[in-house]
Design a binder for this molecule. Structure first.
Ligand SMILES: [Zn+2]
Length: 402
């Protein structure tokens, strides 16, 4: 154990991993990329593949399916089922490729120079492939503490899948020392990200001919007023940055990303839908901000109802908690040591890490690849990043080995 700690000092040149075969990682990555697990599709083929792969190695896995069984989370334990140990966590779904200009087949692994291309290579099937390729080594080294694998669905549409799995992990597994969510951080250790509150807003007014504005209630006009109110809050955030935050930008943000209202230029719009996405820093009280928006929405709704009793404004809210822990937390300490880093970072995107932390686990985000390549056409991961990821898991195995 002592030697492995010496070997994890910063600045070590990547010489490949002791236990993991790079070919195994890339062949698994190829399989994972070949499953079109865009969030709107089922992920069951991929899950069945991983389940069979683990079963072949003698590792039992547990499924936590969604309501209609079309998707599932999968978790498994390697090593003794005792307190301590680590969770390696990843999501199996990917973002769509629609209307993106790909020059390589998105659902095939393509190697070009020092990169592997394909949807999900970076976000985040690369990490899942490394974790799975490491299972034989985990078994061989006879771990003194367990390594749990936890793979979710529907992360990309608001971290919808993981909560049920996390609940089951909390209730069925012994206490766990650290959770590592392998989203792309270039193998830096991230212990802070914003919380996300996503809202779908539906405004229902009264349609009439466009010349009869005294007879109709325009959903579009009321949407515009509510959106302006929300944007004013965003301007308040921008005017008050928090210099102590390692996040860019160092303040909360609210953005209205989608608006869809009305059906014709000469009809007063009956319906208008819009979404807003609120990314909060720890300094800001999410509930207070939401209450400001809801109170204003109620004021507008009351005004609409004066003209038309059936008018309404409804907000459908979905939340993903932020991640906020200190450099002294177990997960941060462990990962800084394994990754050879002396400090931590904050990341601008949301992950399932906040959900694990909320469930009581010491959690960080640390994985191969750069978020700059995620969600884009010709998504890729550098071979160097895959190797660094493999080295990281190697060291973890060393660390937990008897
Ligand atoms: Zn991701």
């Amino acid at each position: 154990m002592q030697c492995s700690k010496k070997a994890t000092k910063a600045g070590r040149i990547v010489t490949g991993s002791k236990f993991l075969s790079f070919d195994k990682i890339t062949s698994l990555l190829g399989r994972l990329v070949s499953f079109d697990t865009v969030s709107r599709n089922s992920n069951m083929q991929l899950i069945d593949f991983l389940r069979a792969y683990l079963a072949d190695l003698g590792v039992a896995s547990h499924l936590v399916p969604n309501e209609d069984g079309s998707k599932a989370n999968l978790y498994a334990t390697i090593g003794p089922n005792i307190p301590g140990g680590v969770v390696l966590s990843g999501h199996t779904d990917v973002v769509p490729i629609d209307n993106q200009d790909w020059t390589v087949p998105p659902f095939e692994l393509t190697k070009k120079q020092d990169r592997y291309y394909g949807r999900g290579t970076c976000d985040m099937k690369g990490f899942v492939a490394i974790a799975c390729a490491a299972v034989p080594a985990m078994l061989e080294k006879s771990l003194s503490k367990p390594i749990h694998l936890a793979f979710s669905y529907d992360e990309e549409i608001g971290c919808v899948g993981a909560p049920d799995m996390i609940k089951e992990i909390v209730s069925t597994l012994p206490p766990i020392d650290a959770v590592i969510v392998g989203e792309p951080t270039n193998m830096q250790v991230a212990n802070m990200h914003k919380g996300i509150l996503g809202a779908r807003t539906h405004i229902c007014g009264l349609e009439a001919h466009s010349s009869q504005t005294h007879r109709g209630v325009s959903a579009n006009t009321y949407a515009a007023r509510l959106i302006t109110f929300i944007d004013d809050i965003n301007r308040e955030f921008m005017a008050n940055p928090h210099d102590d935050l390692k996040l860019e930008p160092p303040h909360s943000t609210i953005n209205v990303g989608l608006i869809n209202g009305g059906i014709a230029a000469n009809i007063i719009a009956r319906d208008c839908d819009f979404t807003f996405d609120f990314r909060s820093v720890p300094h800001d009280n999410v509930d207070e901000t939401l209450e400001r928006i809801q109170t204003y929405a109620e004021t507008l709704e009351a005004e609409m109802k004066q003209s038309f009793e059936g008018a309404s404004i409804n907000l459908d809210i979905r939340r993903v908690p932020g991640l906020n822990s200190t450099d002294n937390d177990r997960a941060a300490q462990l990962c800084m040591r394994l990754a050879g880093k002396n400090d931590t970072i904050g990341v601008p995107y949301g992950t399932e890490a906040g959900q694990f932390q909320q469930a009581g686990y010491s959690t960080v985000v640390c994985g191969p690849g750069s978020i700059d390549q995620a969600h884009k056409p010709d998504e890729y991961i550098e071979i160097e990043q895959l190797k660094l990821g493999a080295q990281f898991v190697d060291r973890l195995i060393d660390d937990l080995a008897d």
